[in-house]
Design a protein around this ligand. Structure first.
Ligand SMILES: NC(=O)c1ccc[n+]([C@@H]2O[C@H](COP(=O)([O-])OP(=O)(O)OC[C@H]3O[C@@H](n4cnc5c(N)ncnc54)[C@H](OP(=O)(O)O)[C@@H]3O)[C@@H](O)[C@H]2O)c1
Length: 345
């Protein structure tokens, strides 16, 4: 019998500053063998997320840091290839935190995040990592529960052409808001306005992006869906109306900073003067409410009110390099890696 070989990326050292693919070490080991109540998943797709950089750092966040020498934590979608549990039968497609590796063990005791993906879903499997998965749900709950946009209000979203941002803007349009996106290239801005229906999109790399943003928000900003942090967040706060809402979803420009005391907006005092509400949130708190939101999202997809786009990188060995795309802005929509065949034993 041939042994299944498992390519894995281990966290070798903690990055300082920007993510460097060298902090991940590729190893090949025999795949684990499922025991009683366990199943073996072969990964098909690996979700790449800005939070991967957060998980590599020491210190408190919302999950413990990945221990040095351990397999890198990561979400994904796979298929059950061996099983000793009726909960995960062979052939079932599953989604969960399976790590940066070809094969992962899951168990029916519920100790890891692993869920069977229903076969009847009218969308490609990869949508369960994006528009119907964590990033789509983040857009949905962040915007509707916290941002609460009203018809005619102005919503500004940063990292607008990314997985979360592109869905935020489209939902805000469904709710009748004026939507302004901030993205990192002219092509992305054209996609947002010409295909997704954003009212305006600002290229954050233009020298006069602040002036463009102001011109695009003639009635000020009511809701700021914040994905970027830093100078972008400061510029939007400057334009916010009294009693505006800030949905603090992410601060990708700050994830490489070692000193967290210096990552806040410099004009924080404007929250006081303008009576703004700022709420941070982590999507894990909303998991029990996913099913209804997923149904609504499927309905919007079916009616063409939401478009889903992704950037796919083929070949698991390319995963560390692919992760840099999130920080250079090379991706549009949800970024993931499609696994190739693991090596033969
Ligand atoms: N709170 C939660 O539970 C939760 C869940 C999921 C994601 N998030 C957060 O949501 C945000 C978006 O995540 P995503 O998965 O959808 O990623 P994404 O937007 O698809 O990719 C990241 C994008 O961020 C932009 N970016 C990178 N570096 C930047 C910088 N220095 N300044 C401004 N923009 C920069 C780039 O777009 P441009 O070059 O086009 O600007 C890049 O494409 C992240 O902050 C992430 O941490 C939060």
């Amino acid at each position: 019998m041939t042994t299944l070989l498992n390519r894995r990326f281990l966290l070798r050292e903690r990055p300082s500053g920007d993510f460097d693919p060298k902090v991940l070490q590729r190893v090949v080991e025999p795949a684990p063998v499922p025991g009683p109540g366990q199943a073996l998943v072969r990964n098909l797709y690996l979700s790449l997320d800005p939070t991967n950089r957060i998980w590599m750092s020491e210190g408190d966040s919302y999950l413990p840091p990945v221990p040095l020498g351990e397999v890198m934590r990561g979400g994904g979608v796979g298929v059950v290839v061996q099983s000793n549990t009726a909960k995960f039968p062979v052939g079932a497609k599953v989604g969960g935190l399976f790590g940066w590796q070809d094969y992962a063990l899951i168990s029916d005791s519920g100790e890891q995040i692993a869920q069977v993906i229903p076969g009847w879903l009218p969308v490609p499997l990869t949508a369960t990592m994006g528009v119907l998965g964590v990033t789509g749900m983040t857009a949905y709950f962040g915007l509707l529960d916290i941002g609460k946009p009203k018809r005619g209000e102005t919503v500004v979203v940063s990292a607008a052409a990314g997985a979360v941002g592109s869905i935020v803007g489209q939902i805000a349009k469904i709710y009748g808001a004026r939507v302004v996106g901030i993205a990192g290239s002219r092509d992305k801005c054209e996609w947002l306005t010409k295909e997704l229906g954003f009212d305006a999109a600002i290229n954050r790399r233009d020298a006069d992006w602040r002036a463009q943003l102001k011109a695009a928000c003639p009635k000020g900003v009511d809701v700021n869906f914040e994905n970027a942090g830093g100078e972008i967040m400061e510029a939007v706060i400057e334009l916010m109306n009294l009693h505006g809402r800030i949905v603090l979803c992410g601060m990708i420009s700050q994830y490489g900073k070692d000193d967290r005391r210096n990552v806040g907006p410099g004009n924080f005092v404007d929250l006081l003067f303008k009576r703004l509400t700022l709420q941070g949130f982590i999507i894990l708190d909303y998991v029990p409410r996913f099913p209804l939101a997923q149904l609504r999202m499927m309905w919007w997809l079916k009616r063409g009110l939401i478009q889903d786009r992704h950037t796919v990188v083929k070949g698991f060995d390319n995963a560390p390099q692919a992760l840099t795309q999130l920080f250079t802005g090379a991706n549009t929509g949800k970024l993931f890696v499609e696994f190739d065949d693991p090596p033969k034993g």
